[in-house]
Design a protein around this ligand. Structure first.
Ligand code: SF4
Ligand code: SF4
Length: 336
């Protein structure tokens, strides 16, 4: 299994102290850019025209605002973050403040991992299937080979898991991918594709997905390295097939767009369009004056970055043990 550094100390203490009745985001997700070197069908981000990169100083301003809001976990994503030449500097600053993770498509990973690994607690690499399916879904030939080479190299330096988007194209071959990931000894975080208005509509068929969700839960139980919690599968199954909703708490995660805007209530409903610059607002005040209650029964998506934190309960000892005592870093990082 990949190296897993224990996550104790400053960041976790801050997480514990931020629970107490008031709403506080304890996880941040930040898109560093929309530009990407791949062309995934289901992705709205590489198609966006409104990109303008922030400077390192602005990135630090974002981080300091998040520290003031008691955020403990920072997940960087894109677009493709490894396209930014200042990524090592950004990660270095983040690592001083947060438990830091990164999502990459892996194309540039082999050559760049050494420049970033010292500043990362966890790394996620997107892989949607074996070679033919992955390259087709990701839109660029060779992307599977590059990602796998990157994963093998990165594992030498930092804990790595795979992030897989389930679509109508790959849903019949997810178990082949899981066999492969088991063979290279990396965990898998599964996301169900969401049909954004500006991207290809390739979400899986709901009835077929039902069978797959049950199967994935069984595969996790039989030892496949699936990072999603059992509660995640139960929540999606109960909500989508038995009309028993889970309570969404989108306030647990604050998302920041490439321009430094806070994306509220979640990036699914407003498709990554932010209103307030993160450094111009008091996040704690904003969080506790916003009416989040109307989103509690939304259940529109099943994105792990929102669903997994929403399911967490301090009143469930098994969950506290699995996610906090054993591997909170592993768990939180898996959401991006
Ligand atoms: S690799 Fe990620 S950011 Fe790039 S096109 Fe695919 S889903 Fe979008
Ligand atoms: S269920 Fe998904 S779309 Fe709905 S509020 Fe929660 S995170 Fe947003």
């Amino acid at each position: 299994m990949a190296i897993v550094k224990p996550v104790i100390g400053r960041t976790i203490k801050r997480k514990f102290s931020s629970f107490g009745g008031k709403k506080t985001p304890f996880i941040a997700g930040h898109k560093l850019l929309y530009t990407c070197n791949l062309r995934c069908e289901m992705c709205p981000f590489w198609r966006r025209p409104d990109e303008k990169l922030l400077s390192l100083n602005d990135e630090i301003k974002i981080m300091d605002a998040l520290v003031a809001a008691d955020v403990s976990f920072m997940g960087f994503e894109g677009g493709e973050p490894l396209l930014r030449n200042d990524l090592p500097d950004i990660l270095k600053e983040s690592h001083k403040r947060f438990h830091t993770s990164l999502v990459t498509n892996g194309w540039l990973l082999k050559s760049k991992i050494k420049s970033i690994s010292n500043y990362l607690d966890y790394l996620f690499v997107s892989l949607d299937g074996l070679e033919e399916i992955h390259d087709s879904q990701r839109g660029i030939q060779g992307s599977f080979k590059r990602a796998v080479e990157g994963i093998k190299e990165a594992k030498k330096y930092v804990p790595v898991s795979i992030s897989t988007t389930i679509t109508e194209k790959n849903m019949d071959s997810i178990s082949d991918l899981l066999d492969f990931t088991k063979s290279i000894d990396v965990g898998v975080n599964l996301q169900i594709s969401y049909n954004y208005s500006t991207a290809g509509k390739i979400s899986p068929d709901k009835e077929k997905l039902h069978e797959l969700l049950i199967k994935l839960k069984e595969m996790k139980r039989s030892g496949y390295p699936i990072v999603n919690s059992y509660e995640y599968f139960d929540a999606v199954i109960n909500s989508w097939y038995y009309n028993v909703p889970w309570v969404c708490k989108p306030w647990s995660t604050v998302n920041i767009d490439p321009l430094g805007n806070i994306v509220m209530p979640c990036y699914v409903l407003n498709e990554y369009s932010g209103k307030y610059k993160v450094w111009d607002v008091d996040i704690k005040k904003l969080w506790n004056s916003y009416d989040w209650s109307i989103y509690e029964s939304c259940n529109n998506c099943s994105l792990t970055c929102y669903l997994e934190p929403s399911l967490f309960s301090w009143k469930k000892p098994a969950m506290v043990h699995e996610r906090i005592i054993n591997s909170i870093g592993d768990y939180i990082s898996s959401m991006f």
